[in-house]
Ligand binder design. Structure first.
Ligand code: GLN
Length: 548
């Protein structure tokens, strides 16, 4: 069966949570027993976000097949619990790159190569390819940016054409817009939505349904007005109000029968959506009373999206243990160790995420030592693992000059070195060690307890690795190599055993964590943090009793 298509466009403002809305709808369609695939069309000219700064783009999400992609793919995977791939995120850069290569090969047989039809055909070909290869019943296609942007026009034109290719009855257009709340008027305003729908109609797209992002609930009158002015059915005006827990979004959309409306419009017959486990999850998150605090030590701490999957994975672990997580974002660039120590001593667990470049490194090394010495549960991810080893080499192994070659090319003890396979690499885009690789786990470790498996696969994004020349020194001083990629003899996981929980991994486990099945390492890290918090409270209680 050829797939049906749901196109999700955005209007009025960016950052409305189109990705979460699309993922939320994906969850509901999956819960109705349908096969669903999601993809994101990004209008920027970069081939992928891999070379962009976190200030520009937030996190780079990595797929199993090693694509560096938009963070919305993280939402897709977390909500629908199925992997995406390099086919799930296309950019203007990729489209032009492939059209220009074809032109150079002479594939256009003398034609003048134009936006319509050549660019739009290439966009459509990518959409149809995913539809075919994923064997999905419904392909949800999110168009990045906001209607009216110059960049997104070829993408909008491409999706405008698709109903002509596959039949109007097989396509649905959903437009997500903002209803701004004007405090002075005390109401939500619908005019910007009317204008953005008018812009869509000017380019030939009539939305079938509208999802309104609002701070407060819409009135029936506003719903009628939007339906009338935007020429949609009143039952096709949905709202998405702010929620505290993002995993409530599918439930909120289900309450308004969005999924029922979609399948009915597409002429599909399914059972009702089974959302009981999502309800239980949200209840568990909201009902949590005990609070734990995890410090995330990084240099993009002020950016909401820079460590998106890490924050989500921590939340999954907290939901599993029924605790309320407060993440303390700790800036690794503070130059005063006393203030860093002060911030670190206030948390129950410390996590150092991935990163690039030397800025803020010494603060991270300090935090890794602090956690090890004070017995604070510690989780180092990618760069976080590398700094944990630098810290260990300097403080415990008697190598005060230990460093990574990334930060000091001439260090006398390069405990972290450039991977052999990276030495000839010149281009920065798409050239790291990327995607899923297997890893063999050492028996008898906390890591083995967590995974309950001896062979795992995890996703990577790095150029540097543990220098094997130092493994003996590390082991002699008590660090365990708990996971290896045997084929290339790469250290993938380290564990310090004389400690409540001190683990570092070269890969990014956060990409594989799901709300309903937290990643084993995040789950057990949060378990250790919770125990450590309880032990502190018990000790504080006993002290109080003995003082009285
Ligand atoms: N900068 C380090 C490397 O390239 C770590 C990368 C990361 O944390 N993703 O190896």
């Amino acid at each position: 069966m050829a797939p049906r298509f749901v196109f999700v466009t955005g209007g009025v403002a960016s950052s409305l949570g189109k990705g979460i809305a699309a993922a939320g709808l994906g969850t509901l369609l999956r819960a109705r027993g349908l096969n669903v695939a999601l993809m994101k069309l990004d209008p920027y000219i970069n081939i992928d976000p891999g070379t962009m700064s976190p200030f520009q783009h937030g996190e780079v999400f990595v797929t199993d097949d090693g694509a560096e992609t938009d963070l919305d793919l993280g939402h897709y995977e977390r909500f629908t619990d199925q992997p995406t791939s390099s086919m799930s995120n296309i950019t203007t850069g990729q489209i032009y790159d492939s059209v220009i290569r074809k032109e150079r090969r002479g594939a256009y047989l003398g034609a003048t190569v134009q936006v319509i039809p050549h660019i739009t055909d290439e966009i459509k070909a990518r959409i149809f390819k995913l539809g075919r290869e994923s064997k999905c019943d419904i392909l949800l296609v999110e168009i990045g940016g906001t209607v009216g942007d110059i960049e997104s026009q070829p993408f909008l034109e491409a999706i405008r054409q698709i109903p002509h290719d596959v039949g109007k009855e097989n396509c649905l257009f959903l437009h997500l817009t903002l209803l701004p709340y004007l405090g002075a008027a005390g109401e939500l305003k619908t005019k910007p939505t009317q204008h953005s729908v008018r812009m869509l109609r000017e380019i030939g797209i009539q939305p079938d349904g509208i999802i309104c992002r609002t701070d407060i609930r819409m009135s029936p009158d506003q719903r009628r007005k939007i339906a009338l002015f935007c020429d949609v059915d009143q039952r096709a005006v949905f709202e998405s109000t702010n929620v505290n827990v993002i995993y409530e979004v599918p439930l909120m959309l289900h309450q308004q029968a969005l999924d029922n409306w979609v399948v009915t419009k597409l002429g599909m017959i399914t059972h009702d959506a089974e959302v009981a486990e999502w309800k239980r999850l949200v209840d568990r998150i909201k009902g949590a009373k005990e609070t734990i605090r995890v410090g995330v030590v990084g240099k993009y701490i002020e950016l909401q999206d820079a460590y998106k999957s890490i924050y989500e994975a921590l939340d999954h672990g907290a939901a599993h243990h029924g605790v309320r997580l407060e993440t303390e974002r700790i800036d690794s660039e503070v130059t005063n160790p006393a203030s860093l120590a002060d911030a670190l001593s206030k948390v129950d667990g410390i996590l150092i995420p991935g990163g690039f470049g030397s800025r803020g490194i010494e603060g991270k090394v300090f935090a890794a030592n602090f956690a090890r010495e004070k017995g604070i549960p510690f989780f180092g991810i990618c760069l976080g693992m590398q700094v944990a080893l630098i810290a260990f080499a300097r403080e415990v192994c008697g190598l005060p000059e230990a460093n990574s070659k990334e930060f000091n090319e001439v260090t006398q003890d390069p405990v972290i070195d450039l991977m052999e396979s990276q030495k000839a690499v010149l281009d920065l885009g798409g050239t790291m060690r990327l995607g899923a690789y297997p890893c063999a786990i050492k028996a008898g470790t906390k890591v083995a307890d967590a995974y309950r498996e001896r062979q795992i696969t995890e996703r990577h994004r790095h150029r540097y690795e543990v220098n094997n020349k130092y493994i003996e020194t590390f082991e002699k001083n008590g660090m365990i190599i708990a996971g290896r990629f045997e084929e290339s003899d790469l250290v993938e996981i380290v564990e310090y055993p004389n400690h409540p929980w001190y683990i570092g991994c070269q890969f990014h486990p956060e990409f594989k964590s799901r709300p309903l099945s937290p990643h084993p390492l995040f789950r057990d890290f949060i378990g250790a943090v919770t125990e450590s918090r309880r032990a502190k409270e018990t000790a504080a209680g006993e002290k109080l009793v003995s003082n009285n």
